[in-house]
Write a protein that binds this ligand. Sequence first.
Ligand SMILES: *Cc1c(COP(=O)(O)O)cnc(C)c1O
Length: 361
Amino acid sequence: MPNFYSPEDIIRPEILALSAYHVPPATGMIKLDAMENPYPLPSALRDEIAQLTLNAPVNRYPDASAATLKATLRQALGIADDMDILLGNGSDEIIQIIAMAVAKPGAVLMSAEPAFVMFRMIATFANIQYAGVPLRKDFSLDLDAMLAAIAQHRPAVIFLAYPNNPTGNLFDPAAIESILQTTSGIVVVDEAYHAFADASFIDKLSQYPNLLLMRTLSKSGLAGLRLGLLIGRSEWLKQLEKVRLPYNIGIMTQLIAEKVLHHTTVLSQQAEAIKSERTKMNTFLGTMRGVEVYPSDANFILFRVNAASQIFQALKQHNILIKNLDGSHPLLENCLRVTVGTPDENSQFCAALRTILSETV
Ligand SMILES: *Cc1c(COP(=O)(O)O)cnc(C)c1O
């Protein structure tokens, strides 16, 4: 019998030091913590999906190139013919593909913090160094700090979410363009919340050879399918394709996403409903004493209170789950993030918060 290794003996120390991405249990709760679209698909469309799944050849591997789905995406999203598309099992997987592909010894992955937590986590998984450059106090991009960090670290890749998660704002596009013009590496503009913002870098792809644009269907209503995409020049995407596992997009995802993409008005109407609820919630939060609310171009709202953990717990007692960001980054002290839900969910959240705030002061 050999002397068996324990995990501590063979797992990389930086993995041992991580805490796993925590998804809190939410059964029976009003779930406003994960930027999901709260609306189901219309029942006629769900019937069509049922028919598709009935006949899906699940004994076969899916189309490894997902050619039909890509063609539909190209049409639905208005992707230029001279740009390639890479598909991921969620855009999380695309971040991982990029990080693995560029992870030479000493290579750096950079972002502006507070950022989407997966940028840092995936950098660790892929064994690439991570550099987070703090945003300004108002969550705008600190261009001077970014340019200094670029000069210092020479990052292989910079990830910028546009709008940013968890702050909800769009960075100044001119600042992002300065970064594109300065850095030698690639810049991935992550437009996960594009459906709720009236801005995009998609038209800049032809101008900047080092720009890659990432989207996902998750936040606009198909989180359960897991489909993300990267748009960019073939010289980049054909290299990244080598790292993508051949059957990463399952047949159900291919069939259902394609079907729904032929009904994009359904998703855009839901996004419009979410945007108008966002306005209402923002106004409500603005009227609450002891609440500082930040403007949002996404389907969630960041706000600051006096005792975030206490209010977070009290909302849980009211059966409402949001996200507590206190302690996750110095700039997010006492910050909470609420996803915009249905009108009914949002009014329950607002009523509960009003009650809690009147009790805690
Ligand atoms: C939610 C999110 C993603 C990941 O979405 P997937 O569900 O993996 O497609 C990527 N980037 C940002 C900024 C996000 O908030």
